[in-house]
Design a protein around this ligand. Structure first.
Ligand code: LRH
Ligand code: MN
Ligand code: MN
Length: 388
């Protein structure tokens, strides 16, 4: 197995984007529990996100969701982000909370609704230009609930046409990233349900259109690492939305439900060159913290990604290839499992300390008193949450 010391340069390069919406209140359709100190503004979300980076060195960028994150003057957001030590990343569009989008947005049967959704994306691109963001991420709630409700074939054409109109405005340094999800909120058919549909749509647009893989958006039992391998092969893996799920789109802490799956995904990322900057893969979290504290929830997630990345980097790739080519089924499997079962936590703690970060970021943050401070300071106003 590759030793820890020889992977630290690669680990030092790791950057995970955290979502602004993770710091707001969230919950289920049954109840949203509030927490004292929850941010009320984009600025407070950025301040909280900056804590994750300060304690781990892993989360230098924050992904925004528009119009959940809405301000009058974006230059103030850029300045504030720099002040607290983070950058601004992906801009996520939102076409799922407006009355007009009841029957869809970019794939809607009514051209006027499609145009409204296209215009929303052009507005997102304008924001991206102002804040220096590379990626426009599109996830559509579009779909139908009952067979016969819509023309599922024509909707693909309408979608292709809408996406082309948006893509025409994507700058030379920017990308359009299309996220897929197999169900919810539509329950019969979804217009972008799987990687194949997303790939088909972005391939028709051009080079700067790529796929986003949200780990929670697959049917149980799906071999997600195969999708990772395939999209990297095709040069179309644009980004990850990392989270974990037990049943549906649970948006739980990364690696909480199935650490082995996270390892297998990250091994395929390594195998396909996805850790190299030139591949352009954005590693993002997409999580909701319903009952747990949000900042520690994000810290836990980025640490889990780091830990599994270390294990994936420690796989003896040469020995694995030799075993595979020799048809050594059990030997090959053992080489992969050796890396998975290696506990890298003590070495990671030591390495963190050697770089001036806390050996145990979870405890260090808990001891900092930050949560008590924001609970005391942030009184009045409306707390951010799903939908704002
Ligand atoms: C949809 C999704 C998508 C949205 C986010 C809030 O389930 O994963 O990425 O933008 O949740
Ligand atoms: Mn997502
Ligand atoms: Mn989701």
């Amino acid at each position: 197995m590759t030793d820890f010391d020889s992977i630290t340069d690669q680990l030092a390069e790791q950057a995970i984007e955290v979502p602004s919406w993770a710091y707001g209140n969230s919950g289920t359709r049954f109840r949203v529990f509030t927490t004292p100190g929850t941010p009320r503004t984009v600025f407070e979300k950025l301040a909280d996100a900056a804590q994750v980076n300060a304690y781990t060195g892993l989360a230098p960028k924050v992904a925004l969701h528009y119009p959940w994150d809405k301000v009058d003057d974006w230059s103030e957001v850029v300045d504030f982000a720099a002040e607290v030590g983070v950058g601004l990343g992906t801009v996520n569009s939102n076409t799922f909370q407006d009355e007009d989008y009841k029957f869809g947005s970019l794939a809607h049967h009514d051209p006027a609704v499609r145009q409204k959704a296209i215009d929303h994306h052009l507005e997102c691109i304008e924001i991206m230009d102002k804040i220096g963001s590379r990626d426009l991420k599109i996830w559509l709630a579009d779909g139908t609930n009952y067979p016969g409700q819509g023309d599922i074939r024509r909707r693909q054409d309408w979608l292709a046409d809408s996406l082309a109109k948006i893509y025409a405005h994507i700058g030379p340094e920017q990308r359009l990233v299309l996220e897929y999800k197999f169900f919810e909120p539509s329950f019969y058919h979804t217009d972008v349900p799987d990687w194949g549909t997303s790939y088909t749509q972005v391939a028709a647009l051009g080079e700067r259109a790529v796929v986003c893989l949200d780990t929670g958006h697959h049917a149980p039992g799906t071999n997600i690492e195969f999708i990772v391998a395939q999209l990297l092969r095709l040069g179309k893996l644009g980004s990850f939305d990392f989270n974990s799920r037990f049943y549906a789109d649970d948006d739980l802490i990364v690696g909480a439900a199935d650490p082995f799956q996270l390892f297998r995904i990250l091994w395929e990322v390594r195998r396909g060159g996805g850790f190299e900057k030139s591949t352009g893969v954005a590693f993002m979290l997409d999580q909701c913290h319903n009952i747990e504290d949000k900042i520690p929830g994000q810290i836990r997630s980025v640490l889990n990604v780091q830990e599994m990345t270390a294990r994936a980097l420690m796989v003896d790739a040469d020995a694995l290839e030799a075993a595979q080519l020799a048809g050594d089924v059990l030997g090959a499997n053992e080489i992969l499992m050796d890396a998975f079962y290696t506990d890298v936590r003590p070495q990671l703690a030591q390495w963190r300390a050697s770089r001036g970060f806390p050996a145990d970021p979870m405890n260090a943050f808990a001891d900092s008193g930050y949560l008590a401070r924001i609970a005391e300071e942030r009184v009045g106003g409306t707390q951010a949450g799903w939908g704002a």
